[in-house]
Design a protein around this ligand. Structure first.
Ligand SMILES: Nc1ncnc2c1ncn2[C@@H]1O[C@H](COP(=O)(O)OP(=O)(O)O)[C@@H](O)[C@H]1O
Ligand SMILES: CC(=O)OP(=O)(O)O
Ligand SMILES: [Mg+2]
Length: 427
């Protein structure tokens, strides 16, 4: 018999430049009830923007710029401070804390964090320099401030364990590759998992019947080809640097480029743009933190890039068109890999969910593959804030639909937590 699910569950998502937090209550059943959400964005481009929204009996909505937030640890401390002052929440009732950990190596399931997992996540920090170190600072703070709650790691990489070896392997010496774990791991897996389930519900199909191409476009951006409900290929690789460009990341480049960009590529240094103290090579620093549309346009805000591009700014047009071009590379190749049998192309993430212009530009190019282009609903996504999935296809195509999904990595962790007996006491 399933043990009862009672108590509060906190979900913490340390993104490269943001911290997103949700608090849920479980009252014996398996349906989590949302109590509040909080987000801190622009952590690496101060002032950080803090928002706190409680949806319980006394709704509260706080939005402010906070200068004292300089990293993920101070962002989390600020959240706890506001939680204490503004919400009638007993922190002692938090039984589980779900942490998004971007790089989990070969872990395939979520795990309660003890010393061994902590060291494992730490060792993998080199392979996700913008992420694992930041998540670790929040995890250690939770272990010390909320010692009675389980801290559980949910890995972005787990969803991609199904990618076949001929796609996950690189064409390099396999003795070295196996010894050092050099292969494609893929990321944004919690988001892809949420999207797969939500789209399956929306289309009234089993996830195992679905072939999707999903674009998760945020500060970090990736694409995933989902075949019969399983990840078949994705654009990020050994690290979240490969594939599409991002806010400060170059995405895929000719690997030799970096040695022509700088003659200090291998020199180890501290990345001053990072919120944590980890050391990386100059090559990693340049390609993770000094590239992307920030390097082209001076801003990490793709909304601003789009507005300025429309007014004719050359560099912003370059950034917009370059991003669209790289997205098309994956859309074309993933259609071939899926044998042309695609139920839907799905847009998600901060840019995918908000950029009317990028969706329209990409959907226009997809018409040659049998897509219908976007309808007027493409401009109405924001007004449908209570919809998780929105169909923006022109007409009502049977397949090859164009959808937008409001992804929620925090909810996905809580859902997985609720469905796993091992995180709930039998007493
Ligand atoms: N109206 C908009 N149009 C296009 N992009 C937007 C808009 N609003 C926000 N964004 C982009 O969304 C990004 C954040 O996406 P999100 O998925 O929340 O990021 P993270 O990768 O930090 O989780 C911002 O960096 C910004 O570029
Ligand atoms: C993996 C990754 O890039 O995550 P995020 O987009 O949250 O930074
Ligand atoms: Mg994110």
């Amino acid at each position: 018999m399933m043990s009862p699910r009672t108590g509060l569950v906190l979900a913490v998502n340390a993104g490269s430049s943001s911290l997103k937090i949700s608090l849920y209550a479980l009252r014996g059943g398996t349906t989590p009830c949302l109590l509040l959400t909080s987000s801190i964005s622009s952590i690496t481009a101060p002032p950080a923007k803090f928002s706190f929204k409680s949806v319980s009996t006394e709704p509260k909505n706080i939005v402010s710029d906070i200068l004292s937030i300089t990293d993920h640890a101070s962002a989390f401390a600020h959240f706890l401070h506001v939680l204490q002052g503004e919400a009638d929440i007993d922190k002692g009732a938090i039984v589980n804390i779900c942490h998004r950990v971007v790089h989990g190596g070969d872990y395939s399931d979520p795990v309660i964090i003890g010393d061994e997992t902590l060291h494992h996540i730490e060792r993998l920090s080199d392979l996700a320099p913008l992420h694992n170190g930041a998540a670790l600072t929040v995890i250690t703070s939770c272990i010390s401030v909320l010692p009675n709650a389980n801290s559980i790691a949910f890995f972005d990489t787990a969803f991609h364990r199904s990618i076949p070896p001929h796609i996950a392997s690189y064409a390099i010496d396999q003795a070295v590759a196996n010894k050092r774990g050099l292969k494609k791991y893929g990321f944004h897996g919690l988001s892809y998992s949420f999207i797969l389930r939500s789209v399956a519900e929306f289309l009234d199909k089993s996830p195992t019947e679905l072939n999707l191409i999903v674009l998760h476009l945020g500060s970090g951006a990736s694409v995933c080809a989902i075949k019969n409900g399983l990840s078949y290929d994705t654009s990020m690789g050994l690290t979240p640097l490969n594939g599409l460009p991002g806010a400060t990341r170059s995405g895929a480049i000719d690997p030799s480029l970096i040695f022509h960009y700088t003659n200090k590529a291998g020199r180890i240094s501290h990345d001053p743009e990072l919120a944590t103290q980890i050391h990386v090579t100059q090559a990693e620093y340049i390609l993770n933190s000094k590239s992307g549309w920030k390097s082209l346009t001076g801003t990490t805000d793709f909304g601003l890039v789009t507005r300025r591009a429309k007014k004719g700014s050359d560099m912003d047009q370059l950034a917009f068109n370059l991003f669209k071009d790289r997205i098309l590379n994956y859309l074309g190749s993933y259609h071939l890999k899926l044998g042309g049998r695609v139920d839907a192309v799905v847009f998600a993430g901060g840019i995918g969910e908000r950029s009317v212009e990028l969706r329209e530009a990409v959907a226009d190019k997809l018409k040659c593959l049998g897509y219908s282009g976007v309808s007027g609903d493409n401009g109405n996504v924001d007004s449908k804030s209570d919809h998780v999935v929105i169909d923006i296809s022109e007409g009502t195509p049977e397949t090859k639909r164009t959808l937008v999904c409001r992804t929620d990595e925090q909810f996905e962790m809580v859902r997985q937590c609720v469905h796993s007996d091992k995180f709930w006491s039998t007493e």
